[in-house]
Design a protein around this ligand. Structure first.
Ligand SMILES: [Zn+2]
Length: 621
């Protein structure tokens, strides 16, 4: 793959300038606290002087930030920045440029704060104002998997090049970068944990300071990182989220692949606009830059002959989470076997393409998202299950390598390899249409007893409006009974996750207490609320074990004592007696099992605890 035009060879070869001097006589921009970005009175009252100083500063910045070279460049694309180098890099750009502001935004599990780098041409860093000015907001997340550091280094170069005016940031786009999201993993630097990957020489580890995979943590929020991210996400309210990664899996010629969030969750119109209008421009933009991109490559081990399927991204992933708030999520995945240098440059080119195409489509992007958010407030039927439609596909141009077999030097057995002497270009079927099913209507409101505050805390973190009952109140509500579910026998990301939930609905009168939570379903966050609170959601709070305490029966009986009471129960409740007799008639094994019959009577009597398997999130119609 040829060198991209974004960085010249001389850029890699020129002498390192490790420390660059602060400008003398431009203290207004460089005194560390960057008052030009924070002092409102100056911005309001001295616009003309500010413009002059910005112009003078830009002349100075061009000369100085251009000289700032990263470890990636100094090593000719062989090394990736350390965590501390990355943060220092942005702090230096902050000091140099009124376009850049570095903020600390919450804590991480590693004991270091999460940094956010804001970039805007007008030197104003209030996302609320950005939205009022109709700027499109792009959030770029790096180093969620620090063994895949391409985005860390590419973002450093991109912000430097925006500051030095090598790259133009359009006025109608504002950027926010998380320099390193998984700080604990980035500090755990090594040369081995990405066994299949072609560089850099050293990189971080996938697990964070709790050994969690942060790209499974967006709804359960076990990490401080995820909680801080949640606050950043809602503060920015971005139109687009880009989460930079490196692939695993098959070998092929393309350097850059892209996961686009499953279109339909954004709403039919917004998803359609993304699929038909915006996404094709990204692919065209990358082809123009000589980085021909394909959708994330996912085919069976035999090869792409049977086609490739679009990646389905439930909300545990960054892109699936973003979609719950009508933010378009993209996961760039560079190919692990391409040299680190090419991977970083293609990541740079893709971010540049995102900026260009976002600017060109900003008016439509903003209008489409606003419409989708307005629809979310009123939507009366949400699909919960998506299955690939095997009858609908499109063709993509895929550049692969032929597979072949030879004797393994490691095992002496036959092994598969990709033959680089036999490249090919083929049209491959790409399945990217999902059929929705399992539609659920939102209630007027959900009611959650206050004991379950852990989920309510996460909902508040996600800007959900939560009210509390002012008085004890008896209300008729819909309650789910958890009829069946499966739990993982071994932990997955710290949880024995529940799946295959089967529920039945019961109308019940329940006494709620003053202070219990009341969540009206007339909110922009409706999609998030319903996805998290309906127990059958892919990554619902129920699936992630937040409600597992209801699955355990707390009281019981001794058979010898219950025998007498059970007889009274049957005598006084002919309906229970009939149910028992019917079941005995239908099930000979049951008819011969005294313990099973005692349990049946218990579960149908008033003695059985109502809370067992009753899901404690109630639907108020
Ligand atoms: Zn990854």
């Amino acid at each position: 793959m040829p060198m991209s035009a974004v960085l010249t060879e001389s850029c890699f070869k020129s002498a390192a300038v490790g420390v660059f001097n602060r400008p003398q006589g431009l203290h207004f921009f460089t005194n560390g606290t960057a008052p030009s970005k924070k002092n409102c009175s100056f911005q309001k009252n001295k616009t003309a002087m500010r413009k002059l100083l910005l112009f003078l500063a830009s002349l100075f910045i061009f000369n100085n930030s251009h000289a700032q070279q990263s470890r990636f460049e100094k090593s000719n694309g062989k090394e990736s920045a350390t965590y501390f180098e990355a943060i220092d890099w942005y702090k230096n750009l902050d000091k140099l440029s009124p376009q850049v502001l570095v903020k600390e935004m919450g804590m991480t599990d590693a004991g270091y704060p999460l940094h956010l780098v804001l970039v805007s041409n007008d030197g104003k860093f209030d996302p609320g104002q950005w939205h009022k000015q109709n700027k499109a907001v792009i959030l770029i997340n790096n180093g969620i998997h620090p063994g895949e550091p391409d985005g860390i280094d590419a973002s450093m170069l991109l912000v430097r090049d925006i500051v030095s005016k090598k790259i133009k940031l359009p006025d109608n786009v504002a950027l926010a970068f998380i320099p390193v999201y998984n700080i604990g993993g980035c500090l755990n630097r090594n040369a081995y944990s990405r066994a299949n990957q072609n560089g850099p020489l050293e990189y971080g580890f996938r697990g964070n300071a709790q050994n969690l995979d942060l790209n499974r943590d967006f709804t359960k929020c076990d990490s401080k990182n995820a909680r801080s991210f949640t606050q950043i996400f809602h503060w920015l309210d971005p139109h687009i989220l880009i989460d930079n990664h490196v692939s695993d899996g098959a070998d092929y010629q393309h350097t850059m692949t892209l996961i686009t969030t499953q279109y339909d969750k954004l709403s039919a119109d917004f998803g359609g606009w993304l699929k038909e209008k915006f996404e094709p421009q990204l692919y065209a933009g990358m082809a123009e830059k000589k980085w021909e991109m394909v959708p994330y490559v996912d085919f069976s081990s035999s090869g792409p002959e049977k086609g490739m399927e679009m990646f389905y991204d439930p909300p545990r992933y960054s892109s699936g989470y973003a979609a719950l708030f009508q933010t378009i999520g993209f996961i760039p995945e560079t190919h692990m076997l391409k040299p680190f240098k090419d991977r970083v440059l293609s990541t740079y080119a893709l971010m540049q393409t995102f900026i260009e195409k976002t600017s060109a489509n900003a008016t439509e992007l903003i209008a489409q998202r606003n419409k989708a958010r307005a629809e979310a407030v009123k939507e009366r039927s949400w699909p919960f299950t998506w299955n690939m439609d095997s009858t609908q596909s499109t063709l993509i141009t895929f550049k692969g390598y032929e597979q072949a077999f030879k004797t393994s030097d490691a095992t002496g057995l036959q092994r598969m390899y990709y033959d680089h002497d036999k490249p090919y270009t083929r049209q491959v079927k790409y399945y990217n249409v999902f059929k929705p099913s399992n539609f659920i209507s939102p209630p007027a409101a959900y009611i959650i007893p206050q004991g379950w505050s852990a989920v309510v805390d996460l909902m508040k973190l996600n800007n959900v409006i939560v009210q509390q009952l002012k008085n004890d109140s008896m209300m008729e509500v819909e309650a789910y009974h958890i009829d069946d579910y499966k739990s993982l026998p071994r932990p997955y990301e710290k949880h024995h996750k529940n799946s295959s939930m089967k529920v039945s609905v019961m109308k019940q009168k329940i006494r709620f207490l003053k202070g219990d939570y009341f969540i009206p379903m007339n909110q922009v966050a409706n999609r998030y609320i319903i996805e998290m609170l309906e127990p059958t959601g892919d990554d619902s709070f129920f699936s992630w074990n937040f409600f597992d305490a209801i699955l355990q029966q707390k009281e019981g009986y001794s058979d010898y004592r219950w025998e007498d009471i059970a007889a009274d129960v049957l005598k006084n409740n002919p309906d229970i007696k009939k149910k028992l007799e019917d079941k005995k008639a239908a099930d000979p094994k049951f008819a011969a099992n005294g313990s099973a019959q005692l349990d049946f009577i218990y579960r149908n009597s008033s003695y059985y605890e109502p809370a067992h398997n009753r899901y404690p999130v109630y639907r108020l119609e």
